[in-house]
Every structure is written in C-alpha cells, then in structure tokens.
Ligand binder design. Structure first.
Ligand code: KG4
Ligand code: ZN
Length: 324
C-alpha cells in the first residue's frame, strides 16, 4: 500500500510517499527556520502563511523524487493534530483535496502517534516496546502494546523537554532553533561543572520547570561575556538525558518489556542517543529513528496512516485540533 502524506503541524512543510509504512519512496521537508529566526521562535500566523506558500511546491517535488504518478497512490493522509490550527488546516485541506480529486481514501493521523511510528521506517521493529517520546510539545513514556494500542505510562506536568531545551538556549543567548545548537555546544563542555537537580516527582510524572529555574539561577551569576555556555549546556543535557533514560528503563523493567525506542524532535539529541545505545550492553533491545525522521517529517505521518490511522466513520469529516 502506497501512502502520500502531508505534515504541517508546526514549522516544517513536509510531504512524503511511503510503501507499507516502512519503505520511503520520497521524503521532502521545507523548513521555515530562516523565517522564524528573526522572531526567536515560531509565530503561528506567519507559519501558516509559509505553509500555504510552500505546500504545492513541496508536493510537486515529492512526486518527482519518488518518480511516481498519483494513480499509483492508494491513500492520502495528513496530520490533524495536535499542532498549530492554522498550520494544520493547510495540510489537511491539501490532503483531502488530493484524495477527492483522485477518488482515493483520506486518512487522518495524530502527530504523536506519527512520531512513535517513525521507529518503523527502514526498520523491522515490532510492538510491544516502550517508547520515550520527547518533542517541542510533549514528553511521554508510552507502552506501545500493538501498532494501534498505546498506553501513556508517564508524562510531564509542566514543560515539554524540547520546550525546556529552547528556553534554556534562550537564557544562554543561543539563537533559534535552540535545542540542536545547545546539543552541539554541550560537546565542548564539562557535564560535571554544574550539579543541576533532578525533580522529585511521582512514578507517572516528569517535571522540568525546576531544572529550567536552576539554570536561570546559575546564568544570573555571570555576565554575558563570561557565561560558561558550554559547561551549562553539558551539565543541563546530562541531567535531562539521565532523568529520561532512568524512568524509561524503570518502566521497561516493571512491564518486563525489554525493547526501548525513542521518538520526537529531542530523539535527535546526541546524549540521549548515546545513553540509549548504552542500554544495549545491559541486555535491552533499542531503536531510534534516523535523525531526519526524529524532527517533524511526513514519512512518519505516512507510516502512522498505515499502522495506526485515526479510526472514524467518515475521515473526510475529521477536523484539526490543537491539543492532544
Ligand atoms: O518533534 P519536533 O520536530 O516538533 C514538535 O512536534 O514539537 O520537535 C522539535 C523540538 C524543538 O524543541 C527542538 O529544539 C528539539 O525538538 N530538538 C532538539 C534537538 N533537535 C531538535 N533538542 C535537543 N537536541 C537536539 N539535537
Ligand atoms: Zn513533532
């Protein structure tokens, strides 16, 4: 089954064509980083307009790269939420229109499920597994019992991990997109320079706002010129990865499910991937999507459309939603 999918939930206009949920025939991502750079973050209204400007160009390029014609497509899919409503509408409308024009089904996809399904791309991973989903909007540990059966085991009670990364980057005057730049900077820092605290929370919770405040407290002790950005980045990154991996491992042991996967934009983080890799030595099976399938892309949406579509009587009546 060949699925054509569109992702426009935030600041990437992405289109992909994927066979049977795992084999990518083409994957095009047009990033709006340059546009939002000057604002220091994503401006929803501006992002929606950018999607509108780019969507048809990206669709054309995706067809060309796959060297495929629309008659070979079995279904058209898009993310319906959670995300920025104005942005989601662009992708949803384009995908529904393509489906109607070519007389094919439309499939709606949940953005978070799509991040989880990024693990199936170019891999033979099968449920059950424990998935640590960390993005700009969400931080969750999910028990993926089956392709379409998931249970949330833990989630953040305040900021999402990506959000904390971006905020801490801003505190350190690291420009947008903060997360990835902070990750790079951490490589030349000392992770033991600052002992940032780990929040005391319940088994099913994460909390990162205290960590953010602790970083702010340290930043205030320095002038901009002598701020030890690298050391702050390394110490912060160590604490985040350690907290996330420890709790994920806890649930893997508790449920006796020894396969652990990563998902979401922060799954591209080098320390997190290193710590995941280390779990192999302790007997866990691990999986992490390739970097380009961690951050927002449409290949993961096509994969979710295949493995875990939103179930509804009439998918053409599906509407976008902002929070999940
Ligand atoms: O999944 P994603 O592309 O969009 C959402 O659905 O939110 O995640 C974006 C988030 C941003 O907060 C970004 O700073 C973070 O992922 N991110 C990273 C890295 N690459 C992207 N955070 C830490 N290290 C990275 N290498
Ligand atoms: Zn995302």
């Amino acid at each position: 089954m060949i699925i054509f999918a569109i992702e426009t939930s935030c600041d990437e206009t992405a289109v992909a064509i994927v066979k049977d949920g795992r084999e990518v025939l083409s994957n095009v991502v047009s990033s709006q980083i340059k546009t939002h750079e000057k604002f220091g973050g994503v401006v929803p209204e501006v992002a929606a307009r950018e999607h509108l400007n780019s969507i048809n160009i990206v669709i054309k390029e995706t067809y060309e790269k796959a060297n495929i014609t629309p008659d070979k497509i079995n279904a058209f899919a898009s993310t319906v939420g959670p995300g920025l409503v104005g942005c989601l509408l662009v992708g949803l409308n384009a995908a529904k229109t393509l489906a109607l024009v070519h007389n094919k089904p439309y499939i709606g996809v949940n953005h978070l499920n799509a991040h989880v399904c990024a693990n199936f791309i170019n891999s033979d991973l099968k449920p059950p597994f424990i998935c640590l989903l960390v993005s700009g909007g969400h931080s969750q540990i999910i028990y993926v019992k089956d392709y379409d059966k998931q249970e949330i085991l833990a989630q953040t009670i305040d900021d999402a991990v990506g959000e904390v990364y971006d905020k801490v980057a801003r505190l350190c005057s690291i420009p947008y997109p903060g997360g990835i730049l902070l990750d790079k900077m951490a490589h030349s820092g000392n992770k033991n320079a600052f002992n940032f605290p780990e929040a005391k929370v319940k088994e099913d919770e994460f909390s990162f706002s205290g960590l953010k405040t602790a970083v702010l407290r340290e930043v205030k002790k320095f002038n901009t010129e002598n701020l030890p950005k690298e050391d702050i980045a390394a110490s912060f990154q160590y604490r985040i990865a350690d907290t996330l991996i420890k709790k994920t491992k806890h649930f893997a042991d508790k449920l006796n499910c020894k396969t652990i996967a990563l998902a979401g934009g922060v799954a591209a983080n080098s320390e997190l991937r290193f710590r995941l890799e280390e779990l192999k030595k302790q007997g866990y099976k691990t999986n992490a999507p390739e970097l380009k399938y961690c951050t927002d892309n449409a290949a993961m949406v096509a994969s979710a459309a295949y493995f875990n579509p939103i179930k509804t009587k009439d998918s053409f009546l599906l509407e976008v939603f902002s929070r999940g």
